[in-house]
Design a protein around this ligand. Sequence first.
Ligand SMILES: NC(=O)c1ccc[n+]([C@@H]2O[C@H](COP(=O)([O-])OP(=O)(O)OC[C@H]3O[C@@H](n4cnc5c(N)ncnc54)[C@H](O)[C@@H]3O)[C@@H](O)[C@H]2O)c1
Length: 258
Amino acid sequence: MTLPAYDLTGRTALVTGAAGGIGRATAQLLARAGAAVHCVDRDAEGVEETAALVTADGGTAHPRTTDVTDPAAVRDAVEAAARTGGALHIAAAVAGIMHRSTVLETEEADLDRVLDVNFKGVLRTCQAAARSMIGTGTRGSIVTMASGAVDAAAPGLLCYSAAKAAVVQLTRTLATEAGAHGIRVNCVAPGWIRTPMTERNSADEQRQTEAAMARTSPLGRVGEPEEIAQAVLHFATDASAFTTGQILRPNGGVAMPW
Ligand SMILES: NC(=O)c1ccc[n+]([C@@H]2O[C@H](COP(=O)([O-])OP(=O)(O)OC[C@H]3O[C@@H](n4cnc5c(N)ncnc54)[C@H](O)[C@@H]3O)[C@@H](O)[C@H]2O)c1
């Protein structure tokens, strides 16, 4: 039985970054709660796989290959989702990339690339989603994805953490502007989660990093994508009807992630 406040039956959701990791888990969970989920990612094969997983689980999914660095493509994806479902009720902007370089080694091109995906990609998704919701008079929910990197500094993370800090400010600002339309905007800032992004480390580096991260957490472990999807689900549903402009930190209680 789904609790009424968590029931998304009849609602349409769009999830970017849905080809793997946190985005895939989010698409799966929103679909399990009853939403028809538009799975968006630049990885064509990955979004098809996610859609197949959702369908196999009894849900409804529409895969779409879209690069969030392309404003027209993002707009098209949002409009297609709204058209198919009658309106867009939920947008989760999860797509993101990791980049590491020290401040002194950072090239302008690195910063441009990371900001283009991690900040402007989220901005484009938020703009298109909010415009669609306002246009259809839908009191929707927009969820952004930041990171524990916004709460601490660490060597090599300038581009990534600056982009994520901008996502936090985007979330808060849009919440103040869209609230008059009944649209809520909230942010999830995860700690270390086991996903393809973090598994791109070598196996040895991964094991050591996970052990080090686990030691900093009162819960003594790193997180799983499904645990971040639960946070997105909370913001997506009526369970958080009076919550906007907030940041939720599913991070195992880590105060200083890095
Ligand atoms: N894994 C972690 O520990 C962690 C921690 C904090 C925040 N995050 C954030 O969570 C989000 C998801 O991360 P993840 O760990 O699942 O990573 P991931 O690499 O497993 O998934 C990211 C997805 O985004 C997609 N993507 C990347 N660039 C894109 C673009 N230009 N257009 C469309 N899609 C694009 C990728 O194809 C991929 O499917 C990211 O925003 C990441 O910064 C992750």
